[in-house]
Design a protein around this ligand. Structure first.
Ligand code: FES
Ligand code: FES
Length: 157
């Protein structure tokens, strides 16, 4: 076991971590943040995407002790009280959610993109979500949702 301190969704955590655990295991099992999904467990599907220090990361590929002193954002961190994030709103409004399994990872990939580039074009959006597989939607509605989220965030600026 190793004592590790890091921040998740704005809260500092100081916990003992089994060194054989991946980040996804600690998020889901130790911290109860089950919005992060496990699909392939091999870095192929993006269902486990979280943001670490501003960059998207497959949490199935990172050992938990590697996030020492880092700042992690999971899907649970986007909502403010009862208010969902404009990206989540856009996904709902555009009908971009079917089974929902890929959506936490998609939304976080979209957030990482829009934090760096609030006005992405379609190919930049497709590139940003290229590591996130969706078996349901055919991607077009997801791309539309991210375009809509970009407009919403620009209006909020
Ligand atoms: S579960 Fe991590 S990339 Fe698929
Ligand atoms: S909505 Fe089902 S996998 Fe994307």
């Amino acid at each position: 076991m190793k004592n590790v301190e890091f921040t998740v969704n704005g809260e500092t955590k100081n916990i003992y971590i089994d060194e054989s655990k991946r980040l996804i295991d600690v998020l889901r099992e130790d911290l109860g943040l089950t919005g992060t999904k496990e699909g392939c467990g091999e870095g192929e599907c993006g269902a486990c995407t979280v943001i670490v220090d501003g960059e998207i990361v497959d949490s199935c590929l990172v050992m938990a002790f590697q996030v020492e002193n880092k700042n992690i954002l999971t899907i649970e961190g986007l909502q403010k009280g009862k208010e969902i994030h404009p990206i989540q709103e856009a996904f709902l409004e555009e009908g971009a959610v079917q089974c929902g399994f890929c959506i936490p990872g998609m939304v976080l990939s979209a957030k990482a993109l829009l934090d760096k580039n609030i006005n992405p074009n379609e190919s930049e959006i497709r590139e940003a979500i290229s590591g996130n597989l969706c078996r349901c939607t055919g991607y077009n509605k997801i791309v539309n949702a991210i375009e809509k989220a970009s407009k919403k965030l620009k209006e909020d600026e």
